[in-house]
Design a binder for this molecule. Structure first.
Ligand SMILES: Nc1ncnc2c1ncn2[C@@H]1O[C@H](COP(=O)(O)OP(=O)(O)OP(=O)(O)O)[C@@H](O)[C@H]1O
Ligand SMILES: O=P(O)(O)O[C@@H]1[C@H](O)[C@H](O)[C@@H](OP(=O)(O)O)[C@H](OP(=O)(O)O)[C@H]1O
Length: 442
């Protein structure tokens, strides 16, 4: 598990994180613990692995990570809290068979607040709140798992990376102010001193992002240290990085992101029910689909002898290395014919890609990278052939996440409720930046 939040903890945080072990579990979406209730008593322990006590569950854990069978660590988490089990630092988990993520519930206060938020949203009939349901990842209740020797409480949500082949993920924390009304002076000060270059100028910050970099075929991850150095100019570069702009800005992608952001922005402009402190917008898209779109965009008709003319990022490699006709029927030298694939007229068949795999290692300087690109191109070709990306498949998600510090206005103010100007300022800037990027699309 990558260290998303590294120790040592400041004194005021220590107690909160220790409390992980004190939780036991809720399983039902009906239970609605109040923020002031003794949270632990509202949970019942249910151990997923069939063991009689928590202390012996290690034998039922998969690998050495002490994670119960049926769950794995969430590879595509880019920010957020972790908890410790022995020397292991563990963050979100993923359920292997139902497309859910399990977010460690956090301190009792935060957990209760976040659960209350989700459960209120499930049952509300308030027309001012209802639109919010479309802006969040589906809430699937809570669950306690025995992780190592600890009972850890989780909030279960739809996994927004589920079904996405090459997830690009960005966590954008909204608002200049990221501390809530109950924050201690220390907490307030700590929050005020981080991500300042971004928060104080554009009203949001980026605690983490990952991109599946199309040009190199590798994942690139940027954590909070990267985010903390960003300012109002460099943050735009971070968005470009996330969007794989070096392979071409994609109007379709940016439009999908903007459509979602506009909807959230419109609602935030008028809603007076909530104050969302330290809440994020999570944007996820599939780089594999993006590659397909970019490739289709630059594709030109083939020459009479079947060569592809265009200079797309994907086939520039092919053009550099002219096909060796004598080996063109062989895939990975196995004798498996690709003639049928070529004959099918699929516009994105990377004709020379499979041939190049036969080149000798010693002749390649950047062999690994090019191998990866070839694999990617091959996958893309197969996707096209089997129609993996039909027009209905969702490949972009934009959702509001993290409601651990979300307050109902009536809980924190005696006066007239107001719009959440803190969040609004952030989303207005964010929308502007994506609109600028849209203008840059050709
Ligand atoms: N529904 C989801 N599907 C997929 N990934 C998710 C989902 N919700 C959260 N994540 C991942 O987990 C990360 C952390 O989520 P979240 O902000 O809710 O956690 P947190 O521990 O409350 O964070 P913080 O440090 O801001 O308090 C996100 O950046 C994202 O990578
Ligand atoms: O990015 P960093 O440097 O890791 O800083 C963390 C970040 O600000 C989190 O949003 C915050 O959680 P909350 O949003 O829940 O406050 C956490 O506070 P915490 O350690 O007090 O939980 C900070 O440590």
């Amino acid at each position: 598990m990558s260290h998303l939040k590294l120790p040592p903890l400041p004194p005021y945080q220590k107690q909160q994180r220790k409390s992980y072990a004190g939780f036991v579990r809720s399983t039902s979406v009906q239970s609605t613990p109040s923020p002031t209730s003794n949270f632990a008593t509202s949970f019942q322990l249910i151990v997923t692995a069939p063991t009689s006590s928590l202390t012996n569950t290690n034998t039922k854990m998969s690998n050495d990570q002490k994670i119960p069978v049926g769950f794995v660590t969430m590879d595509h988490q880019v920010a957020g809290h972790t908890f410790h089990v022995g020397t292991e630092e563990i963050g979100m988990l993923k359920s292997v068979d139902d497309g859910s993520v399990l977010k460690p519930a956090g301190s009792p206060m935060c957990a209760a607040r976040e659960i209350k938020f989700y459960e209120q949203l499930l049952t509300t009939t308030d027309k001012d709140i209802l639109p919010l349901r479309d802006f969040i990842a589906e809430y699937r209740g809570t669950q306690t798992l025995a992780v190592g020797s600890k009972a850890v409480n989780f909030i279960k949500l739809r996994d927004l990376t589920h079904g996405i082949s090459e997830p690009c993920v960005i966590d954008i924390k909204m608002g200049r102010r990221t501390w809530d009304p109950l924050a201690t002076e220390q907490k307030r000060e700590a929050e005020e001193n981080k991500y300042v270059g971004c928060k104080n100028t554009v009203g949001f910050c980026i605690p983490g992002l990952q991109t599946h970099h199309i040009a190199s075929g590798t994942y690139k991850k940027f954590g909070k240290e990267y985010g903390k150095k960003l300012n109002q100019n460099t943050v735009k570069e971070a968005l470009r990085l996330f969007l794989n702009a070096d392979s071409g800005l994609c109007r379709q992608l940016i439009m999908q992101i903007l459509t979602n952001l506009w909807a959230i922005q419109k609602w935030i402009r008028t809603q007076k029910v909530y104050q969302f402190y330290s809440s994020s917008i999570l944007i996820i898209y599939d780089a594999r689909k993006l590659r397909q779109i970019l490739e289709a965009k630059v594709r030109t008709p083939t020459t009479p002898d079947g060569e592809i003319r265009s200079e797309s990022p994907l086939n520039s490699l092919q053009n550099q290395l002219k096909p060796n006709r004598s080996s063109s029927n062989s895939l990975r030298g196995s004798g498996e014919s690709l003639n049928t694939l070529e004959a099918s007229g699929s516009p994105t068949v990377p004709k020379t890609v499979y041939r190049k795999i036969q080149r000798s290692h010693s002749s390649m300087n950047n062999y690994e990278q090019e191998m990866q690109k070839m694999k990617d191109n091959y996958t893309l070709m197969l996707d096209n052939l089997v129609g993996v990306y039909d027009s209905n498949k969702e490949w972009v998600h934009v959702k509001m996440i993290d409601f651990a510090h979300t307050f109902n206005n009536n809980e924190i103010s005696d006066g007239q409720p107001t719009v959440d100007k803190n969040y609004l300022d952030g989303i207005e800037h964010l929308v502007e930046m994506f609109e600028e990027l849209l203008k840059q699309c050709d």
